[in-house]
Design a protein around this ligand. Structure first.
Ligand code: SF4
Ligand code: SF4
Length: 98
């Protein structure tokens, strides 16, 4: 039996295409909560690495253009601090094969 070939992350990223909107569909409601109360798990659980901690300026950078729309941050932020919605029609991630 032929061995199934495994795709690398780079291979998988090739299979998606992004059409970013001008406006973010991911909004942090209260940055002070991120800075003062949270251990910032969003920088680890997001599979696309959308959330990045900016140590110099003490805030979370949100690279919403790279979001896979998996919905994890909608339920996994311990403070419910992310206002999450799908991008407007025609924008966001597109999967090449289904
Ligand atoms: Fe802010 Fe939520 Fe990320 Fe914590 S997990 S840093 S509260 S967005
Ligand atoms: Fe990351 Fe998923 Fe949230 Fe998009 S919806 S920012 S991919 S965790």
């Amino acid at each position: 039996m032929a061995k199934k070939e495994q795709l690398t992350l780079e291979d998988k990223l090739y299979l998606v295409k992004f059409e970013p909107d001008e406006e973010s569909h991911l909004v942090i409601k209260d940055m002070a909560t991120c800075v003062e109360k949270c251990e910032r798990p969003c920088t680890r659980f997001c599979p696309a690495g959308v959330y990045k901690w900016d140590e110099a300026n003490k805030y979370i950078i949100v690279n919403y253009e790279e979001c896979f729309e998996c919905g994890s941050c909608r339920i996994s932020c311990p403070f419910g601090n992310i206002d999450w919605k799908y991008p407007r029609g025609g924008f966001g991630v597109q999967f090449r094969y289904g």
